[in-house]
Design a protein. Structure first.
Length: 138
């Protein structure tokens, strides 16, 4: 699609997400104007971007650039954040770019307990995350 073309060409310079972990009951509470904004997205963003790379819509290098380096540069944290250069904070997520799985609501660890991508078959995802060199998630 057009978004992937813009991302691959560099016209889209970075990808970010918020995380609005409203429960399904809160989102379906009746009055759309009183429903909480946003979606639970931070848990699936990396997986969806790795899947896009697997599909050939964008390169893995571009995924790293738009999810890591560019946001860190935008906020003035690069190269301490968003890089693996000597002296960086060693905030690292190891991924398996070939791991197939189906996104499921029961995998969501935030209070939301659901994902708008539930049922979607994807390839690629995080394996473990280190913050300042310390394992924080597996």
């Amino acid at each position: 699609g057009r978004m992937w073309q813009l991302l691959a060409s560099g016209d889209i310079t970075h990808i970010s997400t918020d995380h609005a972990p409203a429960t399904r009951a809160q989102k379906q509470g009746g009055d759309i104007w009183k429903a909480p904004f946003g979606l639970p997205g931070v848990e699936t963003t990396l997986t969806l971007m790795l899947h896009a790379a697997h599909q050939g819509w964008v390169t893995l290098e571009r995924v790293v650039d738009v999810l890591c380096a560019r946001p860190a540069q935008l906020y003035g944290y690069y190269p301490r954040k968003g890089s693996l250069l000597p002296g960086a904070d060693a905030d690292i997520t190891l991924v398996d770019p070939a791991r197939p799985r189906v996104i499921r609501d029961d995998q969501v660890i935030s209070k939301a307990g659901w994902s708008p991508y539930a049922g979607m078959a994807v390839v690629g995802g995080p394996v473990m995350t280190f913050c300042r060199g310390r394992l924080v998630a597996r």
